[in-house]
Design a protein around this ligand. Structure first.
Ligand code: BTN
Length: 263
């Protein structure tokens, strides 16, 4: 049985002031949001799907989207931030999702730079922010994609993910209303984006660091060129890029790639 807000989204195509395109299935909500954004959809337009056939993750990975149990959605935003400030949007989004989840229940999610939200070191949410370039009226089109394993049972994860993935259901022991959670995330996200556009990244970063799982810990960074850097995580800098200090004292700026805690 759908929760009341989910039904409302399906019937009215709106959630509060956010226009919402609800789909039974789509290739990727990020892809559709990009198309709508390029066709002139207003900032704040949301695409949400019950399942995705080719859900996209960072670094060319895929995002498993089992039908009906998760939240898979993307928001069209018009951003005045520079293209090299995209990392800030990813961090602000992660914090907004954490705060929305906290409002809805008793869980306190943590974050692994840049976009993994974790419960007991297992990932339940991923974020994919994509910049699709300048818009006619100034600013650029940014699509913020969020995948949350909400009511996903353990057995729905494929064998390669069972050790790494989790869901809110597994940790909270009860299912959550996806409509209410979506509403809370959209409102928090809207607040965070306006804070960001107003030059308030420092305060977002401060709160983000309180949830940073690698801060002050020995961390391994697998670079996209295959090289590995191990060192102390110093947290993100003013642009949202992670700093790692290796044994020789050299500070590396992490632009992309995968992080893990050294065990
Ligand atoms: C990651 O962890 O690598 C990012 C995963 C992002 C998944 C979401 S699901 C909704 C939106 N549509 C996509 O194709 N990807 C994002």
């Amino acid at each position: 049985m759908d929760d009341p807000l989910w039904q409302q989204i399906k019937q009215k195509g709106r959630l509060d002031h956010f226009p919402v395109h609800w789909l039974e299935s789509t290739e990727s909500t990020n892809h559709l949001a990009m198309e709508l954004g390029k066709a002139g959809a207003e900032s704040g337009t949301v695409v949400v799907a019950e399942t995705q056939t080719r859900g996209r993750g960072r670094l060319g990975k895929s995002w498993q989207s089992p039908k009906g149990s998760g939240l898979y959605f993307s928001m069209v935003t018009h951003s005045t931030l520079a293209p090299n400030e995209l990392a800030r949007i990813t961090l602000a989004t992660g914090l907004a999702v954490c705060m929305a989840i906290e409002q809805q229940g008793s869980l306190r999610p943590m974050i692994k730079w840049p976009n993994d939200l974790l419960l007991e070191n297992r990932k339940f949410c991923g974020i994919l922010c994509e910049n699709f370039g300048p818009l006619g009226q100034g600013g650029s089109l940014v699509v913020i994609g969020i995948g949350i394993n909400v009511n996903t049972p353990r057995e729905a994860f494929s064998a390669d993910l069972t050790e790494k993935a989790t869901s809110l259901l597994i940790h909270q022991g009860r299912s959550m209303q996806r409509g209410a959670l979506l509403q809370a995330v959209l409102l928090q996200l809207e607040r965070a984006l306006s804070q960001l556009e107003g030059g308030g990244f420092a305060s977002i970063l401060k709160q983000w660091c309180q949830r940073d799982v690698t801060l002050g810990k020995t961390t391994t960074w697998l670079r996209t060129d295959g090289r590995v850097v191990t060192g102390l995580s110093l947290g993100p800098d003013h642009d949202g890029l992670l700093q790692i200090r290796d044994r020789k004292g050299q500070v590396h700026e992490v632009l992309s790639g995968d992080l893990s805690l050294k065990t």
